[in-house]
Design a binder for this molecule. Structure first.
Ligand SMILES: NC(=O)c1ccc[n+]([C@@H]2O[C@H](COP(=O)([O-])OP(=O)(O)OC[C@H]3O[C@@H](n4cnc5c(N)ncnc54)[C@H](O)[C@@H]3O)[C@@H](O)[C@H]2O)c1
Length: 261
């Protein structure tokens, strides 16, 4: 990551935080730690600076197209360039967006508001982040975009139709943008994690014995993954080590999807 300037969305917690820390550890020249919550972003940027890296906390709601443009421009203004985007901002069915989300995504009882809210963040927000960053990368002569999708991009899970659909779309967005951006020297790939610990999204599953056992029973490695294990896959796709990868997806899922059922 040396000499590379990185933007990470949703970097205030969980997988995004893990990616921001990991890319900084690998010598990124500057990391824009972007999140809906400025407090969270500041905390993570502080961790990077404390470890000797360069970071800038930035408040950006990916649902807001102009905020995404401003976030990408901030990277260029602050660090002089923009080479890598890790787009990790996302919500699931567990109420991550507070008042706008009643937490119901099971069956057909979820509201249209919940459906739109999940799609707004996980799909429209992803597209707006990718688009804003790609515009600066085109001007700068290339780059690498890594979208955080999910194993749900390819395998449906019960009780989360809106989330599954948003993640399948995130994977299609990745492939479509890989086509559009290849002529500009921009590679676009995705990482589709399985169950990952130390994240807001798996808190409820962790706390529910039955759900936790059902999940870990199916994971060949018998445990949830760690944000750093996802960040290692992201690091590969963000770096020149993956120079022949575009339109691909890696699934750090502990073998969850290896069995045919
Ligand atoms: N945790 C898992 O097991 C898992 C598995 C597969 C995929 N993912 C994906 O990984 C990504 C990160 O999830 P996580 O589990 O680390 O979640 P998390 O809740 O721990 O962190 C998500 C971060 O995104 C931020 N965020 C939420 N809405 C935002 C918005 N509109 N604009 C900007 N930032 C926003 C939150 O403030 C938070 O800091 C998501 O895209 C998620 O779908 C997670």
């Amino acid at each position: 990551m040396q000499d590379k300037v990185v933007v990470v969305t949703g970097a205030g917690n969980g997988i995004g935080r893990g990616c921001a820390l990991r890319l900084a550890e690998e010598g990124a020249d500057g990391v824009v730690v972007a999140d809906l919550s400025l407090d969270r972003a500041r905390r993570v940027a502080g961790e990077i600076v404390e470890a000797g890296g360069r970071a800038s906390a930035y408040a950006a709601d990916v649902r807001d197209a102009q905020a995404c443009e401003d976030m990408a421009q901030h990277a260029v203004d602050r660090f002089g360039r923009l080479d890598v985007l890790v787009a990790a901002a996302g919500i699931n069915g567990q109420g991550a967006s507070g008042d706008e989300h009643d937490g119901v995504t099971a069956g057909l009882t979820f509201s249209s508001r919940v459906w739109s809210n999940i799609l707004d963040v996980n799909l429209t927000g992803l597209m707006q982040s990718d688009r804003a960053v790609a515009r600066r990368m085109i001007a700068g002569g290339g780059g690498a975009i890594v979208n955080i999708a999910s194993m749900c991009s390819a395998w449906a899970s019960a009780g989360s139709t809106p989330y599954n659909v948003s993640k399948a779309a995130a994977w299609m967005l990745t492939k479509s943008l890989a086509i559009e951006l290849a002529p500009h020297g921009i590679r676009v790939n995705a990482v589709g994690p399985g169950f990952i610990d130390e994240t807001g999204m798996t808190e409820k599953t962790r706390a529910d014995d039955h759900a936790f056992r059902a999940a870990t029973d199916r994971i060949l490695m018998g445990r949830f993954g760690r944000p750093r294990e996802v960040a290692d896959a992201v690091l590969f796709l963000a770096s020149d080590e993956s120079s022949y990868f575009t339109g691909s997806i890696l699934y750090p899922d502990g073998g969850f999807n290896a069995p045919s059922r």
